[in-house]
Design a protein. Sequence first.
Length: 61
Amino acid sequence: MPGAVIAPQFGESVADGDAYSILRAAYPGRSVVQLNIDNIAGGGGGIHCGTQSQPVVPPAA
């Protein structure tokens, strides 16, 4: 089964609902999960800031 589509949620019920509907139509068969990102957005970031790849930390010698 395919994964989920993660999208921001801004607390504007009409716009959040519209975005949810558009994403559901664009990605049939996937779950659409909207997350409140107020804290991240308040610092100038977005969902991508929390999902970027992290470098591998080499094991301690």
